[in-house]
Design a protein around this ligand. Structure first.
Ligand code: ATP
Length: 296
């Protein structure tokens, strides 16, 4: 089993569905409210666990009711939460308004995620014991840099999803093996809208890049080779939320099993394509048996 450590965020998504989002100062009556466990870190952890990885989640929830629910959800998915600390105060929350056109507006409040500014010996040991470390940018950058550095010093492969996108310091990029931005993030980080051109720029800083391109698939590029476009399976998408996190979680499992890149991308693409065919994020992430039945 691939051992994967995830250093990342855990949020409760508070989603209000309404015909029309309110204007500034206006109050509207919505239709439905849902609480959905989320956060990019937790989503990648669930995706990797369902895809067959042995996953440890490193981060923090609050000491509120959401914190307990978020921990339960991860444990239910088979994720080890011993290093998911309970911090005083509220859990991270994402306040999401979705209107009938499917557009959304989101306010994220980091809550407990914001207290993870440094790592302790337990976290460093868990990273060292893993084969891969998955990171995103919803925790304070200081912790992400520390985790990446610790992983690299122990020969643990590092994968970064640069979301929410922000300028990345060399002290982080120097310790990243594989960067997985989506098309928008790749353009923001490289200053190049065209994915091939963006990949060439990003390869100056990291050895491997995968730019995810939604329904178009993904572009894989490694130093010294030509970028290769991998098409996504043609499916009818219902809800693409969580597709990127499903892709990364499954990819990590496949890479950790030593699958060649093309096979690992096929596995990740199948997982993400299964995810988009169901509503929700973590709830729509497929299990290994479903992915294997689907992957070519
Ligand atoms: P999200 O923020 O919605 O989780 P993202 O912006 O991080 O996603 P995308 O590039 O949209 O990431 O999608 C990630 C991967 O999911 C793609 O590379 C592809 O493999 C798969 N995918 C996304 N949308 C579709 C789709 N409509 N059909 C098939 N596969 C899809």
């Amino acid at each position: 089993m691939t051992r994967i450590a995830v250093l990342g965020s855990t949020n409760m998504d508070l989603v209000a569905y309404t015909a029309r989002a309110p204007e500034r100062g206006e109050t509207v009556t919505g239709r439905e409210f849902r609480t959905v466990p989320g956060g990019k870190g937790a989503n990648q952890a669930v995706a990797a666990a369902r895809a067959g990885g042995e996953v440890t989640m490193i981060g923090a929830v609050g000491d509120d009711a959401y914190g307990a629910q978020l921990r339960d959800g991860l444990e239910h998915a088979g994720v080890d939460t011993d290093l998911l600390h309970t911090a005083e105060g509220p859990s991270g929350t994402a306040h999401i308004v979705v209107d009938d056109s499917g557009s959304n507006a989101i306010v994220v409040i980091p809550g407990a995620n914001g207290v993870v500014t440094a790592l302790g010996p337990g976290e460093i040991a868990a990273i060292a014991a893993a084969e891969l470390l998955l990171m995103q940018l919803e925790l304070p950058l200081s912790a992400v840099v520390e985790g990446a550095r610790a992983a690299r010093s122990q020969g643990v492969r590092t994968i970064l999803t640069p979301s929410p996108v922000q300028p990345l310091p060399d002290e982080l990029l120097d310790h990243i093996d594989l960067l997985v931005p989506n098309e928008y993030e790749a353009a923001e980080l490289s200053g190049q809208a065209e994915p091939h051109a963006a990949a060439q720029i990003l390869l100056r800083q990291v050895p491997e890049v995968i730019i995810t391109l939604g329904a178009k698939g993904c572009l894989y590029a490694a130093r010294g080779g030509e970028p290769v476009l991998f098409a996504a399976p043609e499916v009818s998408a219902v809800d693409t939320t969580g597709a990127g996190d499903t892709f990364v979680g499954a990819l990590a499992v496949a890479l950790g099993e030593g699958r060649p890149v093309a096979k690992a991308l096929a596995f990740a693409s199948s997982a993400a394509a299964l995810c988009v065919q169901k509503p929700g994020a973590s709830t729509s992430m497929p299990y290994r048996s479903e992915i294997e039945a689907d992957a070519v």
